[in-house]
Design a protein around this ligand. Structure first.
Ligand code: S3P
Length: 177
C-alpha cells in the first residue's frame, strides 16, 4: 500500500494525528520538519533565521523526494510543503493526500502562543491572509477532515473510516470534499 500524507495549515494537528494514525496502522511515522532538522542539525526556526526560507524549502524538497520513494509511511508535512507543485506531485504519486482543516480560532488557540514557527510571527491579519490563500491548495486533497472541535481519537477514527471506504472502492472513486 502507498503512503498516507497529511497536509494542512500549521496547527491543524498533522504531527499529533499522524503519530497516532501510524500507530493504528502499524506503519512508520515521519515528519518532514523533523527530517529537515535532523539532516541540517538545526531547528526549523534556526534555518529560517540563519539561512532564510529558500534554504528551508530546498532541504524540504530533498526530504520529500526521498520519502516519496518509500512505502507504508504516514508523512506529516509542513504547512507550506505541498504549495510546491513538484512536492505535491511526488507525494500524490505514491500516496493518499489527506488535508487537516481547522478554523483560525482553533489554530491560534493551539499554537498562537508558541514561538517555534517563523511564519506565525506576523500580525493576525497576515496569518489569516496566509491561511486563506492556502485553502485552495489544501482543498485538492483526496479528502479533508476538520479537526477544529475534535479530539485525536475522533480525527483518527474519521480518517480510518474514510480510508476503509476508499479501499472498498478500489481507491478510484474518491469524492473530494
Ligand atoms: C510552515 C509550517 C511549519 C514549518 C515551517 C513553515 C509553513 O510546519 O514547515 O515553519 O509554511 O506553513 P507545521 O505546519 O508543522 O507547523
Amino acid at each position: 500500500m502507498r503512503n498516507i500524507v497529511l497536509i494542512g495549515f500549521m496547527g491543524t494537528g498533522k504531527s499529533t494525528v499522524g503519530k497516532r494514525l501510524a500507530l493504528s496502522l502499524a506503519w512508520d511515522f515521519v515528519d518532514t520538519d523533523l527530517e529537515v532538522g535532523e539532516i541540517t542539525s538545526l531547528s526549523v526556526s534556526e534555518i529560517f533565521r540563519r539561512y532564510g526560507e529558500t534554504r528551508f524549502r530546498s532541504e524540504e524538497r530533498l526530504v520529500v523526494q526521498r520519502l516519496s520513494q518509500q512505502e507504508q509511511l504516514v508523512i506529516a508535512t509542513g504547512g507550506g510543503t505541498v504549495l510546491n507543485s513538484r512536492n505535491w506531485e511526488a507525494l500524490a504519486q505514491n500516496g493518499i493526500i489527506i488535508a487537516l482543516h481547522a478554523s483560525m480560532e482553533a489554530i491560534l488557540s493551539r499554537i498562537g502562543h508558541k514561538n517555534d514557527r517563523p511564519l506565525l510571527k506576523g500580525t493576525r491579519e497576515a496569518i489569516e491572509k496566509l491561511w486563506s490563500e492556502r485553502q485552495v491548495c489544501y482543498a485538492q486533497a483526496d479528502f479533508t477532515v476538520d479537526t477544529s472541535d475534535k479530539n485525536i481519537d475522533e480525527v483518527v477514527g474519521e480518517i480510518l473510516a474514510r480510508l476503509e471506504r476508499m479501499k472498498k472502492n478500489g481507491f478510484s472513486d474518491v469524492a473530494k470534499d
